[in-house]
Design a protein around this ligand. Sequence first.
Ligand SMILES: NC(=O)c1ccc[n+]([C@@H]2O[C@H](COP(=O)([O-])OP(=O)(O)OC[C@H]3O[C@@H](n4cnc5c(N)ncnc54)[C@H](O)[C@@H]3O)[C@@H](O)[C@H]2O)c1
Length: 444
Amino acid sequence: MKVGILGAGRVGIITGIALFERGHEVTLVDIDGDRVRRLRDGRMPYYEPGADDALRQASQSPRWAATDDARELADCEAVMIAVPTPSGPDGDYELEALAQAVSALARVRRGERVAWRGVFLRSTVLPGTTEHLWDSVGAPCPVGYLPEFLREGTALADARQPDRVVVGAASEELYGLARDLFGDGVEYFETDIRSAELIKTVNNALLSTCISFANEIARLSEIAGADTADVFAAMHLDRRLRGSPPPGIAEYLRPGPGFGGSCLRKDLTALAFFAMSRDQQSPLLEAALHINATQPDWFVDRIEDALGTLAGRRVLVLGLAFKPGTDDSRESVALPILQGLARRGATTGVHDPRATAVADPALLTALNTEVVGDDELEAAFDAASAVILVTPWPTYLEMLPVLLAGRRTPLLFADSRGSLRDASLAPEVTYIGIGGDVRKGGRR
Ligand SMILES: NC(=O)c1ccc[n+]([C@@H]2O[C@H](COP(=O)([O-])OP(=O)(O)OC[C@H]3O[C@@H](n4cnc5c(N)ncnc54)[C@H](O)[C@@H]3O)[C@@H](O)[C@H]2O)c1
């Protein structure tokens, strides 16, 4: 089948590759000409494990095309829209790019004979948005909502073998079109459009609420003088939380510096906005947001307490990406941590295996931090009074046990996710984790 995707970003490209690998003919459309050229040449515009090779292979095939002209979608049977819906000033999604994309399709429909059996929105939106936008351009063909659940870092595997394909539609034809797209061996969940829109946002709201729950419990655990890691380890033994296969929801019931990334806070905020705009209270969502907004500073306070003062101290932050396996630093907790350190007078340096190289230079300048290159990392570690592990990239987890065991001058090591809790420490090293987990030197 010929499939068109409007918006060649983190969702659009990966969806395109997965559909190409299922045998479809894929055309990607993006307004960014530079991105289109890269995609034609088979060069990924961002880092996602495995995607470089998969894209290179796809781009050598006549079944793969990239363009900035939406008219090239006219002969596609299925069209998807995966443009950004960033957070607006009130917490609602900004729909500008989506409205432009929908209008572009309406113009194609007016000017050309189209083969479209249906259009699916994939961008995350609030209930009612798909039908509203579609009606505003005269509903040129059937429309449905097909939420995307991929996780950056494992996006290709998620798209190749999704847990489920939720299809929001109002006709059997569109459910059939979704089945033709994704084929057999996939679990389909068919529902109406508004429910599908809500399912996507609610899914992320649940994950982020779990993280905030874990962080609130870590704060209580610290006050109680309990062993926070043991509290969570025992919680994860509950079969109802472990899932099959593990870790299930337990993966999100772990304390840390708070959640980041382009989706979780945005979706939680939009859902709270949705409730508020309909005179409904959403105290749980508000609390989850509040805990998350205060968690990075809460952690930096622990570091300041342990050091006495941060003023004039040199602090190395390990990780800028919002999680390992991506170069995406949108809404990463490293950002408020770096800001909190600077506010307290620390001099900071930040290293990331992927994200610093592609981060907006203006953002790094605003953070008043120095980027540490791969070849400078050990020297920066030696020169720092404190090192904070923010993004647990595998390379840090390999390198740090050696450096922490061999350290000869005083160091505060702040482990924001408890990843190196069991590492053996030189006597000069003080370890702090989340939730009152503190020790000096030795083995646990
Ligand atoms: N990133 C994720 O992990 C993820 C997961 C699930 C859902 N989503 C949702 O998917 C949507 C897209 O997110 P993303 O991370 O892929 O965004 P992105 O910023 O990576 O990419 C969006 C692309 O759309 C292009 N674009 C903007 N306006 C356009 C237009 N009018 N016509 C054609 N192209 C246009 C941009 O140039 C960009 O290349 C958002 O609503 C997001 O919330 C994202």
